[in-house]
Design a protein. Structure first.
Length: 112
């Protein structure tokens, strides 16, 4: 997949006064033809997850606090999960890590 094929998409959720938003929401789409979806104004107060589920972006840029909140939520849900779900989560994390390491190294081979 390449952005030039029109297959990449991102979700805009930061204020456009934020430099990260300017790069991801404005520069990237104009330069590479990335499709941008705009989240609701209350995205950072809880609706971002719903937007991500609906849009299923191919790339996501998060400022550190967003990643921290996601990690906290995942740990909270994971602590309440059954043993089977915990094993599936461990497997899924390993597959995701391996996939992204291969992508970063330029390999087209995926682990599944």
């Amino acid at each position: 997949k390449t952005a030039l094929e029109g297959q990449e998409s991102v979700v805009s959720y930061l204020p456009l006064s934020h430099v990260a938003a300017q790069m991801i929401d404005i520069w990237l789409p104009v330069t590479f033809g990335v499709e941008t979806y705009f989240a609701q104004p209350d995205a950072l107060k809880g609706s971002l997850v719903d937007t991500l589920r609906e849009v299923r972006p191919t790339a996501f840029m998060g400022v550190p606090r967003v990643w921290e909140k996601m990690q906290e939520r995942m740990k909270s849900v994971g602590a309440k999960s059954s043993t089977l779900k915990k094993k599936i989560a461990v497997w899924a994390k390993a597959v995701g890590l391996e996939t992204n390491l291969k992508r970063m190294n330029g390999s087209v081979e995926l682990p599944m």
